[in-house]
Design a protein around this ligand. Structure first.
Ligand code: HEM
Length: 164
């Protein structure tokens, strides 16, 4: 059976389906999984935790139960949902990623932080959902496209003074 690739992103139809299905499962229980993902992210990358001034001076138990962590987890979830829902509308997808990039660029967050977070996110998905290699490859392809758009947009923002 043919599996056409998007001519801009290179992501195939089956890969898009795999990512949508996988995210559907994971996001429906994000209140539980999101906490574990972010705590692991902060433990693995203290440099990422340092961007969250709101958690300054808090230990991991306090962060774990903080409503501010739950609020950021929801921001992250809605962002990923908007990307996954728009894999077929690349123009809209690009605008969504640009907006998110600008929000983080203002906070001096670099593309490396996104790449580290996405690598950990892929490992996390594999562990939590026990997904197959096709789904894992589909996530890697999707997050690579998102990372590339973030990287290119950050490069552009660096050339502008106001960062938007
Ligand atoms: C696809 C990945 C991500 C999405 C969709 C996302 C989404 C968001 C959104 C929607 C906000 C709120 C923006 C605002 O109020 O101006 C936010 C805030 C923030 N994000 Fe992200 N984010 C992502 C990844 C990251 C990464 C990798 C970092 C690493 C440092 C990060 C750090 C922050 C920080 C520090 C804030 C401010 C939190 C606060 O003020 O409480 N985000 N994010």
């Amino acid at each position: 059976m043919s599996d056409p690739a998007d001519h801009v992103t290179g992501i195939t139809r089956r890969q898009k389906e795999a990512v949508r299905e996988s995210w559907g499962k994971l996001s429906s229980e994000w209140k539980k999984h999101g906490v574990e993902f972010f705590i692991r992210l902060f433990k693995t990358y203290p440099s990422i935790l340092a961007y969250f001034k709101t958690f300054d001076g808090m230990d991991f138990d306090a962060i774990r139960s903080s409503p501010k962590l739950r609020a950021h987890m929801l921001n992250f979830k809605h962002g990923i949902t908007s990307f996954v829902d728009n894999l077929d509308d690349v123009e809209c997808l690009t605008v969504l990623i640009h907006k998110m990039t600008e929000n983080h660029f203002r906070r001096q967050i670099a593309v490396n932080e996104f790449q580290d977070a996405f690598t950990l996110f892929t490992t996390f998905i594999q562990e939590v959902t026990q997904c197959d290699d096709i789904t894992l490859g589909a996530w890697t392809a999707t997050l690579t496209v998102i990372s590339t758009v973030i990287r290119d947009h950050m490069t552009l923002l660096h050339t502008r003074e106001d960062g938007v």
